[in-house]
Design a protein around this ligand. Structure first.
Ligand SMILES: NC(=O)c1ccc[n+]([C@@H]2O[C@H](COP(=O)([O-])OP(=O)(O)OC[C@H]3O[C@@H](n4cnc5c(N)ncnc54)[C@H](O)[C@@H]3O)[C@@H](O)[C@H]2O)c1
Length: 353
């Protein structure tokens, strides 16, 4: 491996307590000869002292902007708006390859500075499978929040918690009415997480994946009390629910959690709502009679920062140890250049080839 200097940055969003590299994995990176600088970050779930004890260099919050040009800056979510030109190689979720709001502006910042983006969503093996993802915990939380809402126990606003605390509220209590659950996309990462959370809540859900939705049985879907949608749609399919289904007086469905959150996309399988919900107001009533509540939160894993960071970091570690120009990182870089070309962005002089 070439000499790698990783720079773990502070996350700008103050609700974001997750990190892509946890202290125990920082120790492993150092042992393998990687240089690791960690920025101080008041809301990161792991205190800076744990990184210091592991032997990392410590740097002030946001100091990556003036770090040497050859460092690879690593984080999870969006960068601050400054500097206008990005000179470094960055690893994070850029959400910039599907023409999302702000995508072009971000890619132009890279072009202006000559830096590059290794988007974590596009860190894939040769079969296109994601190598590090938060899906399991998204599904776990999606099902957990849906169960709590259904039992009248969901407390707002939501705040980051631990799995032990969450599970305590999830376990069935005396007097809880029985109900049926459905997980769609049950074979995926989020789907697995949803099934585990349902099990903790004492519910054995019906599990559907591609085979079960090919010829969709909507009456069967509507006969469940709680539904968690965890599909990753790649081609358009008929919607799982339409407005008319919500108006069906025979509908049993009372609580719908859309982990997928493809609202506004042509691939959306639940075109029955027009905006996501959030930590302040996690559930929104879609129908009064009979009632139907929607949960559609797009940053679910941030609610379990310790567990989700630990799993993500463990999956990312082997890739970081192999950081280089080929393999998954090479594919990620190709995808970055392709996105720029699609937007007609002139690539500046790249400093890193
Ligand atoms: N809300 C959040 O905070 C959050 C966080 C992470 C991921 N996600 C989203 O959750 C979704 C699932 O992610 P994942 O990591 O579990 O993906 P995954 O690829 O591991 O699993 C997706 C599953 O959906 C199934 N599927 C696809 N189309 C289907 C269809 N028409 N009918 C039935 N099943 C179908 C696939 O066969 C697969 O088993 C993605 O859209 C992802 O962006 C949301």
């Amino acid at each position: 491996m070439t000499e790698l200097h990783l720079w773990l940055r502070h996350e700008d969003r103050d609700t974001e307590r997750r990190t892509p590299v946890v202290p125990s994995d920082a120790r492993r990176l150092l042992a393998a000869g990687v240089t690791l600088t960690v920025e101080e970050s008041p809301h990161r779930i792991f205190p800076i002292e744990e990184y210091e004890a592991a032997g990392c260099r410590i740097a002030p919050t946001g100091s990556w902007v003036s770090a040497p040009a050859d460092v690879v800056v690593i984080g999870l979510k969006e960068l601050p708006d400054e500097p206008a030109g990005l000179i470094h190689r960055h690893i994070f979720f850029g959400h910039a390859y599907k023409r999302q709001p702000g995508a072009e502006a971000l890619l132009r910042r890279f072009a202006a500075g000559g830096g590059s983006l290794f988007d974590l969503e596009y860190l894939v093996d040769e079969d296109g499978r994601r190598l590090a993802a938060f899906g399991f915990w998204a599904g776990y939380l999606g099902a957990a929040l849906a169960v709590l809402q259904h039992r009248g126990r969901l407390k707002a606003p939501l705040a980051p918690t631990s799995k032990a605390e969450l599970d305590e509220t999830l376990r069935p209590a005396a007097g809880d009415a029985e109900f049926t659950g459905l997980v769609v996309g049950a074979l995926g990462r989020s789907g697995r997480g949803a099934r585990v959370a349902f099990a903790t809540a004492g519910v054995e859900p019906t599990c559907w994946d591609l085979a079960e939705t090919r010829d969709l049985d909507r009456p069967a879907l509507l006969a469940h009390d709680v539904m968690v949608n965890a599909v990753l749609a790649t081609t358009p399919v008929p919607p799982f629910l339409r407005e008319a289904d919500l108006d069906d007086p025979g509908r049993r469905l009372r609580t719908l959690c859309d982990v997928t959150c493809d609202v506004g996309s042509p691939l959306n399988v639940l075109p029955v709502y027009d905006r996501t919900t959030d930590w302040t107001d996690p559930a929104r009533r879609l129908r009064e009679e009979p009632p139907l509540d929607l949960i559609a939160i797009d940053n679910l894993p941030s609610l379990l920062p310790l567990e989700s960071s630990t799993d993500f970091s463990a999956a990312l570690l082997p890739q970081l140890l192999e950081f280089g120009v080929g393999g998954p990182w090479g594919r990620g870089l190709d995808r970055f250049h392709q996105a720029g070309r699609e937007l007609g962005i002139e690539e500046g002089e790249s400093r890193h080839v």
